[in-house]
Design a protein around this ligand. Structure first.
Ligand code: ATP
Length: 484
């Protein structure tokens, strides 16, 4: 499976989806750039999420808050004090590790060796020690299990200490009177501090939601997981504000609705599972992750959290500005609900992680049997048509006899509606393969017959079936497939 992960990483680079950041300087760890097809795919995923949240729910509106926020925001949210992971350094290799990741990796190894029960006991013990911040006990757990770090294989550990994951920088030109500010580690706080601005200006009534997509930054220690864990990444978050007492039903609603969103992309349900959190943040009522079976195992792609009124109350405390909502609906006694701080259900998904999910799910090295019995192979990305970077490749069979002119005319018509790609070089088979590799769902070939009867060959990516259709129908066929 690790081979598949490596193959996906190479494919993503070779076909212009994802490049290591500043690669000519040997890259920057856990930071990546999206190439021509990657940026299209990423945008399509973002748009699909945005549409499902804002356009399809008339009680959800969007915002686009700044990455920089007043530093007190992060005091109030708890990030300055609590957004940290226990870290340990290996004295020989001088490398730093997240303790929970070291133990989880070791537990995975035990599971692979058929020692599933031992692995479970180890994780349970780790969670117990983490919940009480028992760092001496955690270190002892590493030593007792002879857990070594990958590179040097030694167990010469320093003590464990907390390491804050926020990046900080200074505002102002000189260090002297400059203030420390943070690059936001999540987009959610931009939503909370704008709660009343949005509620009032968009005239929203509880229950309602605020959606936002944007960059977030975390000084993650573990690298080498490609875009699964990055230091600069993008989140798509929605905070849904509800009347206290109704949070249970709304949590259930969003937990289900978010899984349905994933399944609406045609992805096999067997590759998904919920992971309900046993250990909750002290303010949280319920929380779960939606996990997907990546080539590196089942991992979190999205979190759904019932966060009570914790965030708004904290901001009320720190800003000394009321964060209350007046609810004039009547309760069962005919009395208005009146003023309260709403409770919040959060749905939070990583755009880059969703990108990796789509890529992992789409990638296939397919063996094809030809008519004469010999075999051939192709690498194909079965990306859902609505997310594919290019929807239609328009390929005149030859460069002459008026075929490029017909093709250009089709291109001019279709490119107004969806992303098309035009190519006249190389043998047609080779051109098809290149489109398979970037996940283009449809290829159109214009040949000599087109001039006679105004029909073209349409080739379907997944089945590789080819059929003749009227030239005039092409736009409609593609539009239907991407809107499905
Ligand atoms: P993890 O346990 O994997 O570190 P988390 O529980 O800290 O994630 P949240 O804070 O709930 O994650 O963030 C919500 C979503 O943001 C995650 O489900 C994930 O998809 C995405 N995400 C979080 N951290 C990263 C990262 N470093 N790189 C890419 N995506 C991330």
């Amino acid at each position: 499976q690790d081979n598949k992960f490596q193959a996906i990483i190479s494919h993503a680079k070779e076909y212009g989806f994802v490049f290591p950041s500043s690669e000519i300087y040997d890259g920057l760890s856990a930071v990546y750039d999206y190439g021509p097809y990657g940026s299209e795919l990423k945008k399509n995923i973002r748009d699909y999420w945005w549409k499902s949240m804002t356009q399809l729910h008339d009680n959800i509106v969007g915002i686009d808050a700044a990455i920089f926020m007043h530093p007190t925001t992060w005091k109030a949210s708890g990030h300055v004090d609590n957004f940290s992971d226990p870290m340990i350094d290996n004295k020989d290799s001088k490398k730093r590790y997240r303790v929970d990741h070291l133990i989880e990796a070791y537990a995975d190894k035990l599971t692979e060796e058929g020692k599933g029960q031992e692995a479970q006991a180890l994780i349970a013990e780790m969670e117990r020690l983490l919940s009480t911040d028992d760092f001496t006990g955690l270190k002892q757990l590493l030593i007792d299990n002879k857990i070594a770090c990958g590179v040097s294989g030694t167990t010469n550990w320093t003590d464990i200490r907390q390491f804050n994951l926020m990046f900080d920088t200074k505002v102002g030109s000189v260090a002297e009177d400059a203030d420390t500010i943070y690059l936001r580690p999540e987009t959610a706080q931009g939503i909370f501090v704008n709660f009343l601005n949005v509620q009032k200006t968009a005239r929203m009534k509880v229950p309602f939601g605020i959606a936002q997509t944007g960059k977030a930054f975390r000084n993650e220690i573990v690298a080498r997981q490609f875009i699964f864990r990055m230091r600069e990444f993008e989140q798509m978050e929605m905070q849904f504000f509800v009347r206290p007492g109704t949070e249970g039903e709304w949590y259930k609603y969003w937990k289900e609705a978010r899984l349905q969103w994933h399944l609406s992309l045609g992805i096999d349900q067997a590759k998904y599972r919920y992971h309900d959190h046993a250990k909750l943040a002290f303010y949280a009522k319920e929380a779960c992750d939606i996990e997907f079976e990546f080539p590196i195992g089942f991992k979190e792609v999205e979190g759904i959290h019932s966060r009570t009124d914790y965030d708004l109350t904290q901001h009320e405390k720190f800003s000394r500005k009321k964060q209350q909502y007046f609810d004039n609906d009547l309760d069962e006694n005919g009395k208005a609900y009146g003023n309260y701080v709403p409770y919040v259900i959060e749905t939070s998904i990583g755009l880059d992680r969703m990108f990796l999910l789509i890529l992992s799910n789409a990638y296939e090295e397919e063996t094809l049997t030809k008519e004469d019995g010999s075999t051939d192979s192709r690498t194909v990305l079965h990306i859902p048509a609505k997310l594919a970077p290019v929807k239609l490749a328009i390929l005149p069979l030859t460069k002459k006899d008026g075929l490029p002119e017909i093709a250009r005319e089709l291109m001019d018509e279709c490119k107004q509606h969806f992303r098309c790609f035009y190519e006249e070089k190389d043998a047609i088979g080779k051109r098809y393969r290149r489109q398979d590799a970037i996940g283009t769902p449809f290829c159109i070939t214009i040949d000599h017959q087109t001039k006679e009867d105004q029909t073209v060959t349409i080739r379907h990516r997944d089945s590789m079936l080819q059929e003749r259709v009227p030239l005039s129908k092409v736009r409609e066929i593609v539009t239907q497939a991407i809107e499905k």
